[in-house]
Write a protein that binds this ligand. Sequence first.
Ligand code: PRT
Ligand code: MG
Length: 214
Amino acid sequence: MITLALSKGRIFDETLPLLAAAGIAVDASIGASRKLILPTGDPDLRLIIVRASDVPTYVQYGAADLGVAGKDVLLEHSGEGLYQPVDLGIARCRMSVAVPAGFRYAEAVRPGARLRIATKYVQVAREHFAAKGVHVDLIKLYGSMELAPLVGLADAIVDLVSTGGTLRANNLVEVEEIMQISSRLIVNQASLKTKSARLEPLVAAIGRAAGSAR
Ligand code: PRT
Ligand code: MG
């Protein structure tokens, strides 16, 4: 049995067409059910539904052979025991710095300055500001980062932006793009050896589906 870990929402929705193109049918309505283990058209392949940030952990420990995870999630994970063979090009967005409208960011990020940053992405934020020589106090949050600068918790946030609608709705301005983000297929390194006959063609087929989807 091969197990593929996915999170609900955009990753599930955007992975299904790739699986279909790779010859693996999944009943889309099943995603709305509360089941956490889902069958596919291939009796030898099942899906498990986990939190987006937990996908690398399930794959690392071999509880799932494969998974789909955002680059944002992978950068905050050790990556230990994981191969990242394919950029699927799905669930695209960017990781950016945002501040309240009117905050003079260009003046605030001078080398030697000090800033309070709220984010879920502390590793990326730490490296980004260290490279600029800016000291940061990082405040780890698990969601609704947009609120932090509005109530005085932080000067700025590092968060994912897609349409920009959430920032606009909260009177925040994107002042710096740190990187482009998309989701990757990740594979347990041991599984790739022990189940190579099954996994290699599957990884190749999903890779082809992703390549032709772009
Ligand atoms: O929601 P949950 O806490 O369970 O976990 P999660 O937010 O990590 O999962 P999910 O399913 O929301 O996101 C899964 C993956 O989708 C992320 O890891 C990203 O790689 C990718 N992705 C793509 C996004 C977005 N676009 C995105 N816009 N993840 C989150 N957002 C959020 C963003 O954090 C912000 O709050 O959407 C808001 C901004 O969207 P716009 O369109 O208003 O700019
Ligand atoms: Mg979310």
